[in-house]
Design a protein around this ligand. Structure first.
Ligand code: GLC
Ligand code: GLC
Length: 660
């Protein structure tokens, strides 16, 4: 009798996989015949399929073995991958070949990312092409365009309610405009990042429309329930993600007379991945995007893609299996493609998505939250406690380090990390919420609440970087000292994300110190979602002020912010020690100062960052032993320091120290 392991995978799975592949070969043959690709290109696919097959089969088997039509779906999945490879443009295949040989290309110190909304930044895709020079001037090599696909009318959650993954929102342009932009970016050495919004579709997506028309096959694409009994059972263990939109996680649909699973907004219908037809359908959308020329796919809301009664339906093991299966298919059909995980969850869970076999890169929400935490407390204890055991990543993977993005800030640090240094996590989150909404006395921040849940006391924060860092308050109070401190806070944080290890990612607008946009409430489609406060429209007249060298008023502030970020980016690219992920904390006997060492192939750089508005001292001896030298130069200010004396950091100063 043939046994099985604890996942129910039979011991002779390898034999079953081989047999399945033999049965699939004639189907592949048909794809090659109709697509008429040459022998060499076909061979490349088959070599990779052979490499990945055993693993892929095992993953799909784990997810779908109990389906009566398992083989049918496997056949569809493999032929979809083959067709995608056959159709993949030569230029992309060429880039695939390079990236296979250089699996750490994204670890370079030359990589710097930016993210933007096409309409808010430049109106449309055509106009955006005119700004490629701007991105180059700023030093970007990675550009994330927020979702630009066809969306439902009215509120579409900033593009995350997609009605068609293969067409562009007509207000932004056409799929051909996107292709042209892709080419321009490629030529400028800028990688393109787009979202793969695979947890849900909009309620007006073709599949959802078929479901609404009563088509059973498509109803099975979603989670539909005729009465409240199952939803109620699920809800016993579910979190509420958008409690101010609607209580619970389900939405009643009058037409179908069914409850629909809607984790986010009521018009975003969660896809049912326990149905292999959904996996296959989304794979085709994914490969379509890959063949458009996307370099990195941002896997949206990864934590939520698998559900099981009695669990939180977040971060389930099957979610990982699912992403790994997508990953293997990408290795076969679009091997240059990378996945970026968007798991804004507890730190223990965030890392589980990161790996060469799953998502090669991931947002670092814990670092983001703790940098803001350190600014509020002026202390780095929780940050260092966390970094000490949570920053290291597997080979050929990287953090994406950011300060703000289009979403809110949630305080996703680990409760145990906090407890270990005597901090009560619940109280501390309350404090941070008070601080960043400006209610805590002496706070410099001007954030606003997002999704406040009065029952659980949970709340997140919206606001632009500049408004959270104190610039809005300082400008309003016309206080020069406060303005100076706010600018320094921003530079401090950028100095860290640009040097700590991984890919730094700017949310465009940060580089001009854009303030909160309170006018979002005038648009009924946006009024209910405070995240629009930090999604202001870019003001290109600000840039003219930069060029005109206007020295007065807010113009000079923006110029200072812009120039300092631009300078840090340019500096980063000259420092090979900043490539890769390895980072060692330096023990510094000063609770306000974060210190770390970056070492790469004989290059060393020490970073010291002062999180307080007072000057702070670091013993010269600490620097000498960490940096193995007696004289150092801060490459930012080009100033030398000797370790025979204490080193003094100015308020909020960051030093990037090279041995001289
Ligand atoms: C992601 C997006 C967020 C959106 C949600 C639902 O978390 O970043 O903006 O609301 O997914 O798609
Ligand atoms: C939650 C989700 C995250 C999403 C965010 C939007 O934090 O975990 O995926 O981006 O909500 O506010």
């Amino acid at each position: 009798m043939i046994g099985s392991n604890e996942n129910g995978v039979p011991n002779d799975i390898a034999f079953k996989a081989d047999l399945t592949l033999e049965r699939l070969r004639p189907r592949l043959e048909e794809v090659w015949c109709t697509s008429q690709i040459d022998e060499a290109k076909r061979h490349e696919f088959e070599v990779r399929l052979d490499e990945q097959w055993q693993g892929l089969f095992k993953l799909l088997f784990q997810l779908y073995r109990s389906r009566y039509d398992f083989f049918f779906h496997i056949e569809q999945i493999i032929t979809a991958a083959a067709r995608a490879w056959a159709e993949r443009p030569d230029q992309l295949c060429e880039s695939d070949r390079h990236r296979i040989n250089e699996p750490d290309w994204f670890q370079s110190e030359k990589i710097v990312g930016g993210a933007l909304y096409v309409d808010l930044f430049s109106e449309n895709l055509c106009k955006l092409r005119e700004h490629v020079g701007y991105f180059q001037g700023l030093g970007l090599t990675y550009l994330h365009l927020m979702p630009l696909f066809a969306v439902r009318p009215g509120n579409n959650d900033g593009g995350y309610a997609i009605s068609n993954y293969r067409s562009v929102d007509p207000q932004l342009g056409t799929i051909d405009d996107l292709r042209l932009l892709c080419n321009d970016l490629r030529q400028a050495g800028i990688s393109l990042v787009l979202d793969f919004v695979f947890n849900h579709t909009s309620d007006d997506h073709e599949w959802a429309q078929h479901a609404q028309a009563g088509n059973r096959e498509y109803q099975e694409f979603y989670y539909l329930f005729a009465d409240r009994s199952a939803p109620e059972q699920y809800e016993r263990t579910l979190r509420e993600i958008f409690p101010t939109v609607r209580r619970g996680n389900f939405t009643w649909h009058d037409g179908m007379r069914q409850w629909v699973w809607t984790t986010f907004n009521s018009f975003q219908w969660d896809l049912n991945y326990s149905n292999p037809a959904v996996f296959r359908a989304m794979l085709e959308e994914m490969l379509f995007l890959a063949n458009m020329g996307v370099d990195i796919l941002r896997l949206d809301a990864v934590a939520f893609v698998w559900k099981r009664m009695g669990t939180s339906c977040e971060n389930l093991p099957e979610a990982h299996v699912l992403i790994q299966a997508f990953n293997r298919l990408a290795r076969i059909a679009a091997p240059g493609l990378l996945f970026k995980s968007e798991a804004i969850v507890a730190p223990d869970e965030v890392v589980k998505y990161i790996g060469e076999e799953e998502c090669q890169i991931s947002y670092n929400p814990t670092l983001m939250a703790l940098l803001w935490e350190s600014l509020a407390t002026r202390r780095v204890a929780l940050l260092t406690q966390t970094l000490r055991h949570r920053f290291k990543l597997p080979k050929n993977t990287a953090w994406v380090n950011y300060l703000r993005c289009h979403d809110d800030i949630g305080w996703t640090f680990d409760d145990q990390d906090a407890a270990a240094i005597g901090i009560n996590a619940f109280d501390h989150r309350q404090f941070l919420n008070d601080f960043y909404t400006g209610q805590f006395q002496g706070s410099f921040a001007r954030g606003v609440p997002f999704q406040e849940n009065l029952e659980s006391g949970d709340m997140r924060i919206s606001g632009t970087m500049a408004s959270l860092a104190g610039l809005e308050q300082a400008i309003e109070e016309e206080d020069e000292v406060k303005k100076e401190l706010a600018i320094r806070r921003m530079t401090l944080l950028h100095g860290i994300t640009l040097s700590i290890g991984g890919i730094p990612l700017l949310y465009l607008g940060e580089e001009w110190g854009m303030l909160n946009d309170y006018d979002f409430v005038k648009d009924p489609a946006k009024a209910g979602d405070s995240r629009w406060i930090h999604r202001p429209k870019m003001r290109w007249d600000y840039l003219e002020e930069l060029d005109d060298h206007i020295q007065s008023g807010n113009g000079s502030i923006r110029k200072r912010i812009f120039r300092s970020i631009q300078k840090l980016i340019a500096l980063r690219k000259t420092l090979p020690a900043l490539a890769g992920q390895s980072m060692e904390l330096i023990a510094i006997a000063n609770e306000h100062i974060l210190g770390y060492l970056r070492i790469r192939e004989g290059h060393r750089l020490i970073v010291l960052a002062n999180f307080s508005e007072e000057s702070q001292a670091v013993e010269g001896n600490r620097l000498r032993t960490a940096g193995l030298g007696r004289f150092f130069q801060d490459v930012i200010q080009e100033k030398e320091y000797a370790t025979s004396e204490p080193l003094i950091l100015e308020p909020y100063q960051i030093l990037w120290l090279n041995r001289v």
